[in-house]
Design a protein around this ligand. Sequence first.
Ligand code: ACM
Length: 640
Amino acid sequence: MKSFYHLLRFATCLAMVGVFYPVLSQTPAADSALIPLPAQWAKGNGQFVLPNPVTLQIPVGDSLGLIADHIRSKIEMSTGYAVQVQTGNGAAIRLAINKKTDVAMGKEGYNLLVDAKGIQITANTAAGLFYGVQTMWQLLPAEIESKTVVKELNWTLPFSSIADKPRFGYRGLMLDVVRHWFDKEQVKDFIDQMVKYKYNFLHLHLTDDQGWRIEIKSLPRLTDIGAYRPERTGVFGSFKGPQPEEARNYGGYFTQADMKEIIAYAKARFVTILPEIDVPGHSMAILAAYPELACTPGTYEVNVGNRFMIWPPGGHFYGLVDNTLCPANEKVYETLDKIFGEIAQLFPYAYIHMGGDETYKGFWEKSDAVKALMQKEKLKNMDEVQSYFVKRVSKIIASKGKKMIGWDEILEGGIPPDAVVMSWRGEKGGIEAAKLKHPVIMSPSTFTYVDLYQGDPLAEPPSYGNVRLKKSYDFNPVPAGVDSTYVMGGQANLWSERLHTVRHMQYMLWPRGWAVAESVWSPVRLKNWPDFVARTEAHFKRADQAVVNYSTSMYDPIVEVKKVTDSSIQVVLSTEIPGLDIHYSFDEFYPDFYYPVYNQPLLFPVGASSLKLVTYRNKQKIGKSINLPLDELKKRVKMN
Ligand code: ACM
């Protein structure tokens, strides 16, 4: 009913402007490739050219003033044009808040019209106008993203009539600022990047085994001790543990003043910060500061990326060192009361994320205090002990006037009332939680873990698992059989164990972050993979202008290895995007355009020790030169 009304309204809007025709699922011109796709978009014949100076009409208001600043600084930076705010009619860019609320448009929707008179954006709210402005940037040439003035360019926008609104109210990105320390300016820059794609929640993973990154004034040791560790570079998980003589000088933390600045910066861009304090597992940094909070007596060190948890393939993980808070120690709850009290004061959002993931309970099993707790509280097993802890935390959070979010492990042993489940171990937890009538945020590792491999592991920086771009694009936050009213939205997660630089972080995030953005904003009926690929390529140019890194691994082949005999293998190649040729060689030379093109499964020739690959499109090298040693490929199949 609602969407019918929306279409009707849209048709009226088209009739009014006359010359527009819908381009709902066609591949748009590269200079107007929108990500995420708007709900409705009709393109007209003609284009509007930004004049110099650019006149801007915008209503008065706090957040509207910030939007005006945003428009002015971006236009001045890339075009060199002056921007003049005017009160009368007839400005080149006209922003207006609806006098009468347009119910179908919702809180974040907007209409955008580009015609001979200029650009007009209308919305119910400042947030809606801001999203309309983000779409406006994408209608302009890629150079609008430049950080320096680009001269002698026509700043054109195609005539368009757009009626848009998000599919979900929660559109999140998670950034792990613990394993790699991303500082205040880097987080602000991250926010600038995410809002271009209409993300509105930044989940900050603030605490973990490798550091504590938020000032808690009543517990200064958390950051004095917990925020620093000896520096390591290379492959996380393979590092030597901290040595007594080493300086603990890698890391940092946000003071509460820093965090207030980030929160305000985010708010001005319509982004809400969701803080995560990850307990009872992932707690080595707290234990380094307050070892008495563990069930296992001893001294603890902030982890540097040395292995202390074992993840047997297909089996249950187990810890070599206790990294958990003791659920049977009242001092733990007193400490958490202080922590969540300050977090609740600092962050305006109604929810606090308490983590709850990957708690190894083997040390709890050995603890007399936990045994006594089980007897006293009639807890039958370790899941119920964990649930006891989670429920106590939920009460602490509620006592501060907030509600809790936790990773899907909070379902184990019984979920606290009102808790939101963030489903990460696939979609299972989200499905179960929605059935229990709990709100869910979907962030399944199978689709939205943008720290995982996005191409062949032999051609990528070290990671785990595999989520290629197509898989991220296939993300649907409402799994089959789930009542969508319980789905708040979706989120992509960027863990930073294996990131050492911002360039690497951006490489992992984009373009998969674009695919997830479309999954959480655009109507599912508009999903079209080849069309998304074309738009992604247009956005590579935008990212180049903005000096933001991205991965082009979508051009690289998918490699499958099959066993033929006990000593020989066959390699099956494919690509995830259409129109590529894979050239190959077994002769140790890196192939080029004149080498054979793959057209059927390849049997490794006797004596060959590697397969080398590269993809071309229209005679242009487009993929990476990839070396696949036979020994490595053999590891992918069980050879006798
Ligand atoms: C998680 O990835 N451990 C939530």
